[in-house]
Design a protein around this ligand. Structure first.
Ligand SMILES: Cc1ncc(COP(=O)(O)O)c(C=O)c1O
Length: 429
């Protein structure tokens, strides 16, 4: 009986390991060696080196049924990360309550340490959550504001954040003021001045979208924070798209609060987010979920989310490892290169409008393109139906076009096909 049990266990272990890591290990080793060969080249040089990126493209399993140029919603995890997650699901499923009671918290602390290290902050300043919506709702609903106090937002902030402010306004009487962000600002100072012009003695907080999802425009968070702090105003950064896409550490932003979704650009499994709260601001922030057991200045009071699939949390470590193996600077440089690769060609096509700034400080992977005379929804539909190219229509008062978001596994020939499609659509008008 005992032998049978042992045999079953061994069989199970062999089955599990045969289906997961061995092939992958060999692939990852060759990938690492391939990357190491390029160690003397700058990120900018590597950005245009298709042989380098060909190796990275093989680390992802991508649908063969269409060209995915909509990686902004969330981006697929590399095979390595997905396999780690599947392995974790099995491991936790085999020892469910035991894992939750005996191992969960230790593992979570280790992951938070790894994440905090990547972000350049203390683990005591980050909460591991489900996404940006949850992270920033905690802040927007939880910061100390009285009826009549003012918050400044922008017309291009993400809908859920605007709704969170509107709800706080409806429920508690705060006043929400909105500034309109220009599509092609002349300088950072123009943006800073815009936010500054909306400040009154009642302003308590400014909410800034670090990388605008509609157009791909990057806003100068640090300069806005410097201006705001000089007037005693707090700053929230919605870095949903910035973290893992741009190469920065949180302290460089000098914001008070920052929310992000790890399933967007860090390549983590779906359903993971992070909230950063500057150490001295934790005490004054109310949790969204009731928690009176944690000390007021303990960030874990914000993580009271109940039982959740922590198999995904564990794979954050794999995603970070993969991200660091490529290099945050190389990743950002390649994404910027890919965006320029197609926008520079598309800009010459008659009737095409690029709704994204060109400069490196103002854009990275994401750009928005429109064709005069075609609605965003029609353009997205033609691209998908006729060319099997998947994008997303953006029909906003300030921005009309389709959002195009390549990823590291996107090839330049896919982008050539996309530009050709734009040419044909424009000609057919
Ligand atoms: C700028 C911005 N903020 C917040 C979010 C919300 O992210 P999530 O749905 O992961 O909470 C998004 C989603 O696309 C976004 O683009």
């Amino acid at each position: 009986m005992e032998n049978n049990t042992r045999r079953n266990f061994l069989q199970k272990t062999m089955m599990a390991s045969a289906s997961i890591p061995i092939l992958n290990l060999a692939f990852m080793e060759s990938l690492k060696a391939g990357i190491a060969e390029h160690k003397d080249k700058s990120a900018k040089e590597i950005a245009a080196d298709e042989t380098f990126w060909y190796q990275i493209q093989k680390a992802y399993t991508v649908s063969p049924h269409f060209t995915n140029l909509e990686n902004g919603y969330f981006s697929l995890a590399a095979d390595e990360v997905l396999e780690a997650q599947l392995k974790n699901i099995r491991m936790i499923n085999e020892q469910p309550s035991w894992y939750m009671r005996k191992r969960q918290w230790e593992d979570r602390a280790a992951i938070k340490e790894r994440l905090a290290n990547l972000a350049g902050v203390s683990p005591e300043e980050i909460a591991l959550l489900r996404n940006t919506t949850e992270a920033l709702n905690i802040v927007i609903q939880g910061i100390d504001m009285q009826a009549g106090d003012e918050a400044i937002v922008s017309d291009q902030d993400y809908g859920s954040m605007l709704e969170a402010f509107d709800m706080r306004s409806k429920r508690f009487g705060i006043v929400v003021k909105k500034v309109n962000i220009p599509l092609h600002p002349k300088s950072d100072e123009e943006i800073v001045a815009l936010f500054e012009s909306a400040i009154t003695p009642k302003t308590k907080v400014i909410h800034v979208t670090h990388l605008i999802n509609l157009s791909g425009q990057i806003l100068p968070v640090k300069k806005i924070a410097d201006m705001a702090h000089s007037k005693g105003i707090e700053v929230i950064s919605d870095s949903a798209h910035a973290f893992g896409q741009l190469n920065f550490k949180i302290p460089e932003l000098d914001c008070d609060y920052m929310g992000t979704s790890l399933h967007k650009w860090l390549g983590c499994p779906l359903g993971l987010g992070m909230l950063y709260v500057k150490k001295e601001k934790i005490k004054g922030l109310w949790p969204l979920m009731g928690d009176v057991n944690m000390p007021d200045d303990d960030i874990r009071k914000l993580e009271h989310i109940g039982t959740h699939p922590c198999s995904a949390d564990l794979a954050i470590a794999n995603a970070i490892k993969f991200h660091e193996m490529i290099g945050a600077d190389r990743k950002a440089a390649r994404l910027f290169y890919l965006k320029n690769y197609w926008t520079e060609k598309a800009a010459d096509i008659p009737n095409v409008i690029i709704n994204t700034p060109k400069e490196k400080s103002r854009s990275c992977a994401i750009a928005n393109v429109g064709i005069e005379g075609i609605s965003p929804a029609e353009l997205a539909e033609i691209l998908y139906k006729r060319y099997k190219i998947f994008t997303v229509a953006i029909d906003h008062t300030a921005i009309k076009g389709v959002r195009v978001t390549p990823h590291l596994y996107t090839t330049t020939s896919e982008l050539d096909n996309f530009v050709k499609a734009l040419e044909e659509i424009s000609e057919s008008m």
